[in-house]
Design a protein around this ligand. Structure first.
Ligand SMILES: [Zn+2]
Length: 317
């Protein structure tokens, strides 16, 4: 496969008409972008965009330099690291689901405040202008793209893009490679169902939302992690353990899957909610707990002591 390196990003040819721009290792706001040649006269579809204005402007220049005459964007979901570049490409179609458009309006540029270390540049939230149905076929000169919407997987609406003629599937953030999945805003159970669907497609090439491109083992890896999360949450709930305690047990009993392990506690919290734990589920509160967990479990002096001011007991699922 052809590769062009550019700092932490590299463009890689996956098949006759499909490329991926990877940002490794794929941590927060290092998401992947797909480039699909739709025809022979220069129509190109991007699958998602980058998080920052400078990366998106650079991407646009590079694609136009290769001969693109019209560029559309397909958004896999509403998160800003995948959609903040929409405004750079708004002279073309921005394609996504109704729910994604609504969630972009609601969340706005929240991500800018949650990731203060990143220079996002000028962020103008630009929701999809062409809304697609849950199963949609986008024609190309060479066989077309199948768009499938999943409700409550990584978010309340995730769109995957599959090119059956070339065996490539773009999963958005339903699948992750070498990066801890993040399912706080979606559903563990829904993610498992969607991954099983994607496996049934038998793709040769899988482009995860974050992490390196690979094969179906990426789908199986994410699936295995989520089954582990679910299993530990079931055990924790049945014993009346807290989310915090259960996340500690999860990290002691499983091997990590990659960068950003602070997401483990968020995923356990999500699993508690999926399994019907009592109490309201508050995403903002759980994001704050995740930050505490990151400092104390992964960057701090050591494991938190029982009885200290831990979120133990304040967690709800
Ligand atoms: Zn996401």
């Amino acid at each position: 496969m052809n590769r062009v390196r550019d700092g932490g990003r590299s463009a890689r040819r996956l098949s006759d008409h499909i490329f991926a721009c990877q940002q490794l290792p794929g941590s927060w706001c290092q998401s992947n972008v797909g480039i699909v040649q739709l025809d022979e006269v220069g129509s190109v579809a991007l699958i998602d965009t980058f998080a920052t204005e400078s990366r998106n402007r650079q991407l646009r220049r590079a694609i136009e330099g290769l001969g693109a005459t019209s560029i559309s964007v397909i958004n896999t979901h509403f998160h800003g690291d995948h959609t903040f570049g929409n405004s750079i490409f708004e002279d073309g179609e921005i394609i996504g689901t109704q729910v994604t458009a609504e969630l972009m309006e609601i969340s706005g540029d929240d991500l800018v405040r949650r990731q203060p270390m990143i220079d996002f540049g000028d962020v103008r939230v630009t929701p999809p202008t062409r809304l697609v149905s849950p199963r949609e076929h986008l024609p190309t000169d060479w066989g077309g793209l199948e768009l499938n919407e999943f409700r409550h997987a990584h978010t309340a609406s995730d769109l995957t893009v599959y090119a059956p003629a070339e065996g490539v599937v773009f999963t958005g953030d339903i699948a992750w490679n070498g990066v801890t999945p993040f399912v706080l805003m979606g559903s563990i159970l829904g993610s498992i169902e969607s991954l099983e669907f994607l496996l049934e497609l038998h793709p040769e090439t899988v482009v995860p939302g974050h992490g390196a491109v690979g094969g179906p083992e990426i789908l199986r890896g994410t699936l295995g992690y989520l089954h582990d999360v679910l299993e530990y949450a079931e055990k924790g709930l049945s014993r009346g353990a807290s989310v915090w305690k259960t996340a500690e047990e999860f990290e002691r009993g499983t091997v990590g899957v990659g960068v950003d392990p602070e997401r483990n506690i968020a995923n356990i919290a999500r699993a508690f909610a999926d399994l019907g734990a009592d109490g309201d589920f508050d995403i903002v509160e759980n994001l704050a707990v995740m930050e505490t967990w990151k400092v104390r479990r992964h960057e701090g002096p050591g494991p938190i002591q029982e009885g200290s001011t831990s979120p133990e007991g304040t967690q709800q699922g």
